[in-house]
Design a protein. Structure first.
Length: 159
C-alpha cells in the first residue's frame, strides 16, 4: 500500500457562504459549464482573485514604481443579449473599445472604473440599434470589484 504524501491537502476548514439568487445562478451555471463541483468553482475563483490582489499588493510597493511593470486591467469582454423581444440574440462586446477610465484612490490602492455609454451598438442579427451604458469596476487594479450594465432598445426605434 502506497503511503500518502507527507503534506496532506486536507480540506477540513468549512465556510458557510450566503449567496443571493443571481450569485447562485452564476455558481450553478459555472458548475454545469465546467462539470465541476460548486466547491471547486469557489476554490478556483478564490485562486484567481488571490493572485490578482497579491500582484497588486506587491507592485504597488515603492520599489516597483520605476520597474516598468504595469498591472493588467481586467477583461471588459461581456456577453450581452439583444433587448428586442423578437430577437434576444446573445453576442460578445468588448467594452474596452468604448469605455473611459475613472480612477480614484481607496484604502486597498487604486480603483479603476471603466465607464461606457454606447447608443449606436448594432445587434449582429437583427441589425437594430442598442443602447448600452454601465460601469465595470476593478479595485484594486487587476481585481474585479463589481459591474452594472443596462441594455435598452436604441433611441432610433422609439422615435
Ligand atoms: Zn437583435
Amino acid at each position: 500500500m502506497r503511503g500518502r504524501p507527507k503534506k496532506e491537502n486536507t480540506r477540513d476548514i468549512v465556510y458557510k457562504v450566503r449567496l443571493n439568487e443571481e450569485e447562485d445562478r452564476m455558481l450553478t451555471q459555472a458548475s454545469e459549464w465546467t462539470s465541476q463541483a460548486k466547491s471547486e468553482v469557489f476554490r478556483k475563483a478564490l485562486q484567481v482573485y488571490y493572485k490578482s490582489v497579491e500582484l497588486n499588493e506587491h507592485l504597488s510597493n515603492k520599489e516597483f514604481e520605476d520597474s516598468g511593470w504595469a498591472l493588467d486591467h481586467i477583461s471588459q469582454q461581456r456577453i450581452i443579449r439583444c433587448p428586442y423581444s423578437d430577437c434576444e440574440e446573445e453576442f460578445a462586446v468588448d467594452f474596452a473599445d468604448y469605455s473611459e477610465e475613472q480612477e480614484s484612490e481607496g484604502s486597498m490602492g487604486q480603483r479603476c472604473e471603466h465607464v461606457f455609454d454606447i447608443d449606436d451598438l448594432e445587434c449582429p442579427v437583427c441589425r437594430r440599434l442598442i443602447h448600452v451604458r454601465g460601469v465595470i469596476s476593478e479595485y484594486p487594479v487587476g481585481a474585479y470589484e463589481y459591474e452594472q450594465i443596462e441594455i435598452d432598445e436604441g433611441a432610433a426605434e422609439n422615435e
